[in-house]
Every structure is written in C-alpha cells, then in structure tokens.
Design a protein around this ligand. Structure first.
Ligand code: WAQ
Ligand code: MG
Length: 257
C-alpha cells in the first residue's frame, strides 16, 4: 500500500499566520514514520522561520489510480543578474508558445506580489491575463512524487544538484507539464536565499540563476494555458490525480545562451 503524506507549516507573526514550508511525498507504509519525522524537522529548521503550526495529512493512495509520467530533462541556463535572468525567462516562455506580452505580464504579476501565494496563478498564454479567481491561494499541484527516489537522487547528485528545492520543483514541474492545456510554467522560490528559478515546458526544465532578488521572501508560480483549456479539468488533474514521475538521467544538457 502507498501513502500520501502532506505537511504544511506556518508561524504566527502578530495577527498574521505566515507560511513557512510545505512538503509532500508518496511512499510505502514502511517509510511513513521516517518521512513524517524529516518533514517535522524541516518545519522547525526552515530559513523562513521556525514553525509554530504544523499540519500533517497521511492517506492511502489506490495504486490503480496512479498516473505514471516521465521526469522533464534538466537544462541549466546562465544569467548573471536579475535583468538578464528575466529576459532569458521571457525568451524561454516565448519559445514554448507563450506570447511576449503574456510572458512579460506573467513576470510582472509574480514580481508585484506583496506576499507569496500558496499555489500558482493560471495565466492565458496569449494575453497573460489571470484566469483563476483564487487570489493568493492559486491552484496547488499536489499528489505527486518520484517513482524511484534512489535513482532520482543519484541522477541529481551526479549533476551536482543536491538541494531539496530542485528535487521537489522538478517533480512538480513534471506533473504540471503532463497536465492538459499547459504550455509553460514560470517559478521562483519564496525561500529568502534561493534565487534560482525555472521555466518549464513540455521539452524540459530550464533552470535560471538570479531569477529572484536575494533575500526577497516573495515567491510565485505561473502556469500558462493554451486557449480553450478546460480549467476545471486542469485543476482537478493538478490537485487530485496521483502522479508518479519516472526519473530520466539520459539526456541532460547544459545550454548556454
Ligand atoms: N502548486 C502550485 N504552486 C506552488 C506549489 C504547489 N504545490 N508550491 C508552491 N507553489 C508556489 C507558491 O506561490 C510559492 O510561493 C511559490 O510557488 C514558490 O514555492 O532548479 O522552492 O516551494 O534550482 O518556495 C525552484 C528550483 C525552487 C529551481 C522553487 O518554490 C532549481 C521553490 P517554493
Ligand atoms: Mg519555499
């Protein structure tokens, strides 16, 4: 039997409860306890602060419901400052079929957030207009994990990518690109010191350094949708359908722009 474990943690600051960290995995029963332990530890030792509220959910996943997909290939791009990084992100979005206007509007909408969203904005890949009405909640991709963690960790390690941000973001991005109607994703972290973000499209996961200003606590994600995407169907897939991602180490490339 497989179990989905979800953790989210927060900290009360004045009258506001701020998000600290979240994590989710799908693991065999034998791994549930140790996974819970490491998630709790993470909530207590996060650089956004020490959580004073931790929510844990553990539920069985029916094996026959699981969708199996492939991990996106990883590409590491180069950009030496914020402006260059954002130009590069726009370039990648445009090559994924997002219009230049929509790409620019997407970057602006993430950059102008006053506080981190919980999930992602759904944006039109044509106009850049926001399509969901979920404000700071946004749409959360959930119920996904890697199918073969040891192999995956080995692949990432071999690329020098040992940070948990990459590990998790790549699984999320792989699920998102397998969803109906998605053209591309843009993301940067809400973790203060984590400035590398990415653009993903069906052809790969493109890491972009300096996509966020150092020590900026506001992160965000935008999913760019093809015209006439069924938003309800897409949201259901992203939030509820359990997905296991098969690691791919084969065709990793370093791209220089
Ligand atoms: N579904 C949709 N959006 C989400 C989710 C989710 N499950 N989790 C987070 N977000 C949104 C939310 O708006 C956050 O504020 C924002 O993304 C950033 O979340 O290869 O760590 O978890 O080195 O802080 C990129 C790694 C790391 C790049 C991204 O995102 C690399 C990261 P964080
Ligand atoms: Mg974070």
């Amino acid at each position: 039997m497989l179990y989905s474990i979800k953790m989210r943690s927060a900290k009360q600051t004045g009258s506001i409860q701020r998000h600290i960290s979240g994590a989710e995995r799908i693991v065999g029963q034998d791994m549930v306890e140790s996974m819970v332990q490491s998630m709790v530890q993470r909530a207590f030792t996060h650089d956004r602060g020490q959580a004073d509220f931790i929510n844990l959910k553990i539920e069985a996943v029916a094996v026959q419901d699981i969708v199996h997909i492939r991990q996106l290939n990883i590409h590491s791009l180069q950009a030496t400052d914020l402006a260059a990084a954002r130009r590069l992100a726009i370039q990648k979005l445009v090559s994924a079929g997002v219009t230049a206007v929509a790409a620019q509007r997407g970057i602006r909408q993430l950059a102008e957030l006053n506080d981190s969203m919980h999930g992602a904005m759904l944006l039109s890949a044509v106009t850049g207009e926001r399509l969901d009405a979920l404000a700071l909640r946004g749409v959360r991709a959930s119920n996904m994990d890697i199918a073969d963690p040891e192999n995956y960790d080995g692949i990432l390690h071999g690329l020098g990518l040992t940070d948990i941000h990459v590990r998790e973001a790549l699984v999320l991005a792989s699920k998102v690109q397998s969803a109906p109607g998605i053209r591309a994703e843009l993301c940067w972290s809400d973790d203060l010191a984590y400035t590398t973000g990415y653009v993903a499209d069906p052809t790969g996961y493109f890491r972009i350094p300096n996509l966020k200003k150092l020590n900026d606590p506001v992160g965000g994600r935008a999913f760019f949708l093809a015209p006439e995407t069924d938003i309800e169907e897409l949201t259901h897939y992203l939030e509820n359908v359990p997905v296991l991602v098969s690691p791919q180490g084969g065709s990793v490339a370093i791209c220089r722009n």
